[in-house]
Design a protein around this ligand. Structure first.
Ligand code: AMP
Ligand code: ZN
Length: 470
């Protein structure tokens, strides 16, 4: 498989550290509010990546943190803890907020068929790990104490900016617009590992540490949790593109300084879901959730299909019109699969044409996770000159990765259609069949016209006449 690696800016052959095994880390949500469908775009694409790696035969271990402390309103260590803001908004404790929105996040993931990672670790559960790493960073001279906080000293690194080509000064914390400079920092890019003093004194969750009672910075959480569960060599790290800087840049800095060797090999960044006014974000306050899509009558899997139809490295613009197009495509897809269902359960051996279709599906995903081509492969199966049972087997197989509930959805659709029976219409259809048999075509046509006027469409087949509401 070839994957674009943001750290090298190259499409590279994916070769994990240990043959056949993949260690995969994902930055989890900051649980101070519902996840919006932009966040979930990232998790959908990461889910496809994980499932495809499994499909390809890798033994994947995936770990995700839950950020329930330390993520400040600005990624650059200024502002108030987001969790505290959420707690105040809802007049609850931070832990109540964390529990509620963590559950809500996984409920949304379940609706989108996003698999739960093997390990889900709230950041507040690993304080000892962070303290251990920070102590070592201080010992090795990569960190310093100033104004009560512990900072990482970025000037100690040969190369700090891993993901960015542009002017380093532009990126440096303190010169970016709306970011206040912290006078304790020796270098603009330095970042906090442990807070005991922030401008906001009312932090609810605090722990004892060698540097005083305080709380960890956001970045150290992911290094600590990743190393705890996945060891010193990480194969794959995922997140939305906004996490590349400063979050992932800082994760690399502190992890490699701590370990003394390279840490993570491949960086997978999903680009943003945008609205007409820019990136969808929780802090802007206006965002769309899975529940809102459902209230408006959309199956959450329509949103999954919408995401799969475009490449993860391209920004995706959300509009209701685009979502409607995905909804129509999903319905059509299910309707076509529903026609194959009578062959379900029939044995099907793979033909040469079937093997070629499977190869095309894999080629698409091997090519930097080209999910839109993988979706096209579904239509190619439907069009192919192979037995219905083989088509169903291939669709079910591809759905192990795409997770669009193709067979279950088609089954539900045909059940719904079957339930749309109406004895009066059934009787008229039978009467028309009798009239045709008796060669009374005038009567047969009259019945057809009457049904048409009532919005009923007749479908004459070899097995008899079916009807549907137009
Ligand atoms: P957060 O809950 O803010 O920590 O973000 C959770 C994940 O969603 C991170 O991987 C972010 O990079 C990602 N993310 C945030 N906004 C968007 C967006 N508009 N589109 C795609 N991913 C996003
Ligand atoms: Zn992270």
């Amino acid at each position: 498989m070839k994957l674009y690696n943001s750290a090298t800016r190259l499409r590279e052959e994916f070769i994990p550290h240990e043959a056949g095994k993949v260690s995969m880390y994902t930055c989890g949500p900051t649980v101070y509010h519902f996840a919006h469908i932009g966040n979930l775009r990232s998790y959908i694409m990461e889910d496809v990546l994980e499932k495809y790696l499994r499909y390809a035969g890798y033994d994947v271990k995936r770990v995700m943190n839950i950020t329930d402390v330390g993520h400040l309103s600005s990624d650059a260590d200024t502002g108030e803890d987001k969790m505290l803001k959420g707690a105040r908004r809802e007049k609850k404790t931070v832990m109540e907020i964390a529990r509620f929105y963590t559950d809500a996040f996984f409920a949304d993931c379940a609706k989108l068929n996003i698999k739960r990672p093997d390990v889900v670790q709230p950041a507040t559960g690993c304080i000892g790990e962070y303290i251990r790493i920070i102590e070592r960073l201080l010992e090795k001279g990569y960190a310093y104490i100033a104004g009560g906080n512990v900072y990482f000293d970025t000037s100690k690194l040969e190369r700090y900016y891993i993901f960015n080509d542009h002017d380093e000064e532009d990126l440096a914390v303190g010169v970016r617009e709306s970011v206040e400079e912290d006078q304790n920092k020796r270098n603009k890019a330095d970042f906090v590992l442990w807070f005991t003093k922030s401008k906001f004194q009312d932090q609810e969750l605090k722990w004892d540490s060698p540097w005083g009672t305080g709380y960890p910075g956001w970045h150290i959480e992911c290094s600590g949790i990743s190393m705890k569960y996945l060891g010193e060599y990480l194969d794959l790290h995922c997140g939305g593109i906004d996490n590349a800087f400063p979050h992932h840049t800082n994760e690399i800095a502190q992890s490699e300084a701590y370990l003394g060797h390279p840490w993570c090999r491949y960086w997978f960044h999903v680009h943003h879901l945008n609205t007409s006014t820019g990136k969808m974000s929780k802090s802007k306050g206006e965002f769309l959730t899975v529940s809102l899509l459902e209230e408006k009558g959309y199956d959450p899997l329509v949103y999954r299909l919408f995401c799969l139809q475009s490449h993860y490295r391209k920004g995706l613009v959300f509009s209701w019109e685009n979502l409607d197009n995905a909804a129509a495509a999903y319905q059509k897809l299910l309707a076509r699969i529903a026609q194959l269902l009578p062959a379900l359960g029939t044995q099907a051996s793979e033909s040469e044409a079937g093997a070629a279709l499977r190869r095309a599906f894999c080629d698409a995903l091997d090519n930097d996770l080209n999910t839109s081509l993988a979706v096209t492969a579904l239509y190619d199966v439907l069009k192919a000159d192979i037995a219905a049972a083989e088509k169903l087997a291939l669709l079910a197989d591809f759905d192990r990765v795409l997770s669009l509930n193709l067979i279950e959805g088609a089954r539900a659709l045909s059940q719904r259609q079957a339930q749309e029976s109406d004895p009066e219409i059934d009787a008229l259809v039978a009467q028309r069949a009798q009239a045709k048999k008796a060669r009374d075509f005038a009567l047969a046509d009259r019945i057809r016209d009457e049904l048409k006027a009532r919005g009923i469409e007749l479908i004459d087949t070899k097995e008899g006449t079916r009807w549907k509401r137009a």
